[in-house]
Design a protein around this ligand. Sequence first.
Ligand code: PHE
Ligand code: CO
Length: 287
Amino acid sequence: MITSDMKRPDGAAEDWIIPQNWSAYTSQEHAMWDRLFDRQAKMLPNRVVKEFMDGLDVLRMTKPGIPDFDELSERLMKLTGWQVVAVPGLVPDRLFFEHLANRRFVAGRFIRTPEQLDYLQEPDIFHDVFGHVPLLANPVFADYMQAYGEGGLRADGFGSIDNLARLYWYTVEFGLIRQDDALKLYGAGIVSSYGESIFALDDPSPNRLGFDLKRLMRTQYRIDDYQQTYFVIDSFEDLLRQTIETDFAPLYRELQHETDLEVATVLPEDRVHAMGTQAYARAREIA
Ligand code: PHE
Ligand code: CO
């Protein structure tokens, strides 16, 4: 996430926000949303955390067509004080953090083409809105996202954005949660992907490790394929409490002297979830 030298695109305001221009979406674009939505909505109910389905419902995201950000923001504002705003693409780190710290979630407004149904490099509106927005209706997760933004501004002061970015990656984007003694999905990068929604829970190959803040911030991640390691939280309350109650400054200092862990590493002290049998076997070998 080295985005400090990015140039502001023409037409974007100082905060990089642009109008969503909802009325300009074509019927093909709305149909693309519906196709992606229906596929996920059929598959997710037993896989995704309960709060995600509740979010789709209370935000009325179950109605057909690409959501209108003004309408979403109005509902979100009443529930948790969040807004959804459109940006042209990735925004510089500090600006991204500032928006989060002020309860503004920045989202892309374009939607993938049929050729990109299962894979695209840049996050589109389906990833950003279907993946991220439902949990912003949950008060605890909403607080976590704001705290993360504030933490980002602080991390920048320590030159530690890369470490903190891993926390976003392994929670907001690719997090798993234990709920009713089963693993469930909550990360937006997973729930907006048909393939990874299955892989993350059912495939035996990835490691599913108990959440450990410092260990997680030492761990690299991959952007070119499904994750090889997921971190499992016990609850959103626990995630929020641990991250706001911990002063990250000493962790950042320690991390500067420690080598990164590669994506597939399993340490003897890791709490390995016994689902994903290969990871389990590997951890036992090491132990
Ligand atoms: N407590 C963190 C710090 O001291 C801030 C933070 C909160 C970071 C929540 C991430 C998520 O920097
Ligand atoms: Co995302």
